[in-house]
Design a protein around this ligand. Structure first.
Ligand SMILES: Nc1nc2c(ncn2[C@@H]2O[C@H](COP(=O)(O)OP(=O)(O)OP(=O)(O)O)[C@@H](O)[C@H]2O)c(=O)[nH]1
Ligand SMILES: [Mg+2]
Length: 383
């Protein structure tokens, strides 16, 4: 572990510098970055008005204990505003995570979710290397949430829940290869070769991939004390260069992270570093979607027109409901008046007509309700 600091940051970053170590300012930067991600919409500036691509999928892949689940927990905590560990993480004889889990990130209540899903996976080790066929299936989006994926065991495509016709919304848009910074030099050869082999699979499917370098606090004492130093740390700079070279990715596709591990409270500097990493990953997701621009527009248009139909059905249904309500009111008041004054306002025929008409309208409302239920299903399927 070293303490060497560079005089200027190894990555130009207007947000993280010792000179900005004023709490108020840091909180402002953190909030701005956070808001940008809360407002993120895939490929937003290139989408036609009122068209939205629902969300992007980010796969966390890497060796056992590289920090995949901690990456999700750290992101989840910072958006929740408190340490909020949803994914189980820790150390065990094999991988702590045993199922493919597709996590949403909430930034408030249950309905306030970022437009991204983080897929946590079981880590690979010498005896559980990822089979290329399994990686293909994962990337193509065939596997459902909570699928007990053992990287080395063949996936059965006839298992329940398998999505046999995934759309562009179901696929992986960017893979984050999670690497523990302390293992770069002595990574097991089989694991290293397996990750490289998986990069070939990702390339064959045009899936973007980046490296997420965790545990940087373990290679730089100063960063451990204060994450502000990370971008001036010589040790971290060297680790980024090494890992980029090792996996053949450009240095700007390597993002650093210090996951929450012993902390009970959030730290502005850790959060800013995490938000920078996440922003970078989202740019890679957008780059992937851009390659499939026409399909993205197709899907977004389909969803937009389904939502439009849903909206107008809702208006139609409200109109019918108010007519029926009116009928009911007329009918009830006529009954009261008839009773009180002993006069006939509606004869039997008129009453039976009224009843038949409101029956017809009620049936129409039921039909519209059915249509809306189907529409909701269709909209979800587009998602
Ligand atoms: N100090 C420190 N510890 C970390 C960091 N990231 C992860 N850890 C710790 O490393 C251990 C393993 O982390 P996990 O998140 O469970 O790793 P994983 O990749 O999900 O592991 P598997 O599910 O077993 O494949 C846990 O004890 C974490 O608290 C980090 O950036 N810094
Ligand atoms: Mg895990």
């Amino acid at each position: 572990m070293t303490n060497n600091l560079l005089s200027i940051a190894w990555r130009k970053c207007k947000y993280l510098d010792q000179n900005t170590a004023i709490t108020g300012k840091k909180q402002g930067i953190r909030q701005r970055l956070k808001d940008t991600i809360i407002n993120y919409k895939p490929l937003h500036e290139l989408m036609p008005l009122h068209h939205t691509f629902p969300r992007v999928n980010i796969l966390l892949f890497g060796a056992v204990e590289s920090g995949k689940s901690s990456v999700f927990n750290t992101i989840s905590s910072l958006f929740k505003g408190k340490i909020f560990n949803i994914a189980r993480c820790g150390r065990s004889s094999g991988s702590f995570t045993t199922k493919l889990t597709k996590f949403q990130v909430m930034y408030g209540g249950i309905a306030e979710q970022l437009r991204l899903t983080l897929w946590d996976t079981r880590g690979i080790d010498e005896t559980h290397l990822m089979a290329p066929q399994n990686m293909k299936i994962l990337l193509k989006g065939n596997l459902p949430d909570r699928y007990p994926l053992d990287p080395s065991l063949e996936v059965h495509l006839d298992s329940p829940g398998i999505n046999t016709i995934p759309t562009l919304c179901d696929v992986v848009h960017c893979v984050s290869i999670v690497v523990d910074a302390t293992t770069i030099d002595d990574m097991d050869d089989n694991i290293y070769r397996n990750i490289c082999q998986m990069q070939t699979v990702m390339n064959s499917l045009d899936v973007q991939h980046v490296i997420l370098l965790t545990n940087i606090d373990k290679i730089c004492e100063l960063t451990k004390k204060d994450a502000t130093y990370a971008y001036k740390s010589k040790a971290i700079q060297e680790a980024v260069e090494k890992v980029a070279k090792k996996f053949g990715v450009p240095r700007n596709a390597v993002f650093i992270m210090k996951c929450y591990e012993e902390e009970s409270f959030l730290d502005d500097n850790v959060d800013i570093m995490t938000l920078l990493a996440l922003s970078g990953i989202l740019q890679h997701c957008d780059a992937y979607l851009y390659r499939f621009y026409e399909s993205v527009i197709d899907l977004a248009s389909k969803q937009a027109s389904l939502e439009e139909e849903n909206k107008s059905l809702k208006v139609e249904m409200e109109e019918y409901k108010s007519i029926v309500k009116n009928f009911k009111r007329q009918f009830e008041s006529s009954q009261i008046r008839q009773k009180k004054k002993d006069v006939v306002i509606y004869d039997d025929k008129m009453l039976s007509n009224l009843i038949t008409e409101s029956d017809v309208l009620n049936k129409e409302i039921d039909r519209l309700r059915d249509r809306r239920d189907h529409l909701k299903e269709d909209i979800n399927n587009v998602k």
